[in-house]
Design a binder for this molecule. Structure first.
Ligand code: UD1
Length: 419
């Protein structure tokens, strides 16, 4: 298992290009199931979660091939595909359950392992299942598997109980091959939903309203392969900007639309940073030590839960206190005891963390527990005096492409070491 070793205390400076968004790439690659000819995707990040997605698709009989350019993938689902996603693959990555909707829509049946809980919360898939039932699927649960069956899904009106990102994606994909019109209400509005809809439209799907709470889909008898380029990763961008704030540096992130990160940018400004928005890039310049800032995580366009841990790491060094409230996941504070090992002053009260900013953190060995928690520990280490080692960084490799190389290019003293 690899570790990351950081000698902290260097202000990050420079410019970095973000990779394609992991959370877009996963559903977009999976949506290739719906096509009858090969799909071509650009800007697919080279990550462990993408490799797992490819393994799931290969298991279904879909062939994957690297394109001629870096980060390009060609997926061919034109041959008969299997309808089963086994536990061994789904347990590695929860997003594998997104194959359920496309499989039942294309093949009339699907057998997908239930993902089980994960470190940050129980994360059930009841919204996905209720919505598929609304489209006419017969759902049964047996031996840890979900079976969904329906000769042809039938368009319907579906109102989600909560704007779940995964449920919106799963049902949006399924509805593209349903008979007639589907109206989805209380949908997630995350930029990744719009990116998936753009890719589905390139396959011939008829979708309107993505990015708003009501999405209308006119089902088609069949779809072609996709041609799509994945949007830039707003969470990766936010992570580099939080690192710039924590180390009192100046960093430009390139390759994404600033509007996708607006709630976080506004909070960076409240914390005292200067933010410059350009059409495809964002620059954060720290103005000395930042100020304590309260925020709560919310569905888009609110503050993303996937940036909570990284912003908290920056607030550990702010002048003053912050109250950080997590409303999306019930157990997303696993980074708190690890940040405290760096000397952070944090108290968990129910679903909020009270942060008293310190003038310095001091390096220590810490352990990553999940993807964004790992990123917050890297930020803590970059800002702390002395040496920090972050172990279990396979979590980081699930979601950040070449992170230590990109940080090195910003002046960080960071290296990957084999254990
Ligand atoms: C996606 C993102 C994840 C992000 C999250 C919230 C991907 C691959 N992952 O996860 O990085 O943190 O959105 O922005 O895109 N819920 C239910 N029942 C369901 C579905 C969800 O109770 O059927 C609950 C979850 O437990 C959670 C909340 O709804 O508390 C939000 O989950 P959801 O939006 O579905 O997140 P994911 O799609 O799993």
């Amino acid at each position: 298992m690899d570790k990351i070793k950081i000698i902290g205390g260097v202000a990050l400076k420079g410019s970095v290009e973000v990779s394609g968004a992991k959370n877009s790439a996963l559903p977009v690659l999976i949506s290739s199931i719906l096509g009858n000819s090969p799909s071509y995707f650009k800007k697919v990040p080279d990550l462990q979660d993408i490799k797992t997605t490819e393994a799931v698709l290969n298991h279904l009989g879909i062939t994957t091939q690297a394109g001629s350019l870096e980060n390009e993938i060609i997926l061919d689902s034109s041959k008969t595909i299997s309808f089963e996603a086994p536990y061994d693959l789904v347990r590695k990555m929860r997003a594998s359950v997104l194959v359920l909707g496309p499989l039942v829509a294309k093949l009339g049946k699907a057998k997908v392992s239930l993902p089980g809980g994960c470190a940050i919360g129980a994360r059930p898939i009841n919204f996905h299942l209720t919505a598929l039932e609304k489209l006419g699927a017969k759902i049964t649960l047996e031996n840890g598997y979900v079976f969904a069956e329906c000769k042809r899904l039938q368009g319907n009106r579906v109102t989600f109980e909560f704007p779940s990102v995964g449920a919106t994606e799963n049902i949006m994909m399924a509805a593209c091959l349903a008979k007639g019109e589907t109206i989805l209400e209380n949908c997630a509005k995350e930029p990744e939903i719009k990116d998936l809809a753009d890719s589905l439209r390139s396959m011939g799907a008829e979708i309107e309203g993505d990015g708003t709470e009501t999405i209308r889909i006119q089902g088609k008898d069949q779809l072609a392969g996709a041609k799509h380029s994945i949007i830039g990763d707003r969470i990766e961008a936010g992570t580099f900007l939080a690192a710039a704030l924590a180390t009192q540096g100046k960093v430009e992130v390139k390759g994404l639309d600033p509007i996708h990160l607006e709630a976080v940018l506004t909070k960076f400004e409240t914390a005292g940073a200067k933010i410059t928005r350009a059409p495809k890039s964002i620059t954060l310049e720290a103005n000395g030590r930042s100020w304590g800032t309260d925020f709560q995580t919310l569905p888009f366009p609110g503050f993303p839960t996937d940036m909570q841990a990284q912003f908290m790491a920056a607030m550990c060094l702010a002048d003053g206190s912050s109250v950080i409230t997590e409303t999306i996941f019930e157990n997303r504070f696993l980074h708190v005891p690890e940040l405290m090992r760096l000397g952070a002053d944090l108290v968990i009260r129910s679903n909020a963390v009270h942060v008293r900013g310190k003038s310095e953190l001091i390096g220590a060995p810490v352990m990553a527990t999940d993807l964004r928690a790992s990123a917050s520990l890297v930020i803590g280490g970059l800002a702390a005096r002395g040496e920090t080692t972050v172990s279990r960084i396979y979590h980081l490799d699930r979601g950040y492409e070449k992170m230590e190389m990109k940080l090195k290019s910003l002046g960080a003293q960071i290296e990957r070491v084999k254990e």
